[in-house]
Ligand binder design. Structure first.
Ligand SMILES: [Zn+2]
Length: 227
């Protein structure tokens, strides 16, 4: 669709005048005709207060140019023009305009809505992690270290085995995914690797750390919890 502007001149009145015609010299053959300008675009319609008039001779069926109008004709023109019943000045928009305006609003609203939904599921998940129970499984972005050197880095799952005071015991899944392409089988029997004792306080804020920071052999970020 391209942008289109069209001017229309709507008739708003006509008046026979008795003056002698500057064209053919006859009397009672002249008519003043008035038009109001309306501008339409692809998106809008505007009624303007712009009024134009022509003088038409019924005798010769032709328009009489304003340059040859007599003072009397000019006076009629001014008087009749002031008596016209004009369309009120108005700007209105069509459906295309509303599509153009509303469509982006819908897109923005959906984007905001989706983000709020995402935010909400993150909040729900955080709550579930705070209220962790034995038997639940967490997906962890996991790093093992050896004397401050990273020895392994990847994703794995842990199952919660025991919660006591400020400690949580979790046992690691048999698969440690370093490529990011593993589909994990979360059957309880698959959690066969080492059991870690970690800080429950840290766990509740998505961290998987040993109590003893300086000599800890692992660190992890909990991204998901499954019951
Ligand atoms: Zn005439």
């Amino acid at each position: 669709m391209y942008f289109n502007v069209t001017d229309y001149n709507d008739p708003v009145g006509a008046k026979q005048i008795p003056s002698k015609c500057p064209g053919c010299g006859t009397s009672n053959c002249l008519e003043l005709q008035f038009y109001q300008k309306r501008i339409e675009t692809s998106f809008s319609k505007r009624v303007t207060s712009n009024v134009s008039g022509i003088l038409f001779c019924d005798n010769t069926q032709s328009e009489i140019a304003s340059v040859v109008w007599t003072d009397e004709i000019n006076q009629y023109y001014i008087t009749e023009k002031s008596k016209l019943n004009l369309q009120p000045k108005k700007l209105s928009f069509n459906k295309w305009f509303y599509c153009l305006i509303i469509l982006p609003l819908i897109l923005i609203a959906s984007a905001i809505g989706y983000n709020m939904y995402e935010e909400e599921s993150y909040t729900d998940e955080t709550k579930a992690i705070e209220q962790v129970h034995i038997g639940e499984k967490v997906m962890v972005l996991y790093t093992t270290t050896d004397s401050n050197n990273v020895t392994d880095n990847g994703t794995t799952w842990f199952i919660v085995k025991k919660i006591e005071a400020d400690s949580i015991w979790v046992q690691r899944h048999e698969v440690f995914d370093t490529e990011g392409d593993v589909h994990f089988d979360l059957a309880a029997s698959k959690f066969t690797k080492e059991t870690l004792k970690a800080s429950l306080t840290q766990f509740k804020t998505r961290g998987l750390f040993g109590h003893d920071y300086p000599s800890q052999k692992f660190s992890g970020y909990i991204s998901t919890l499954k019951r």
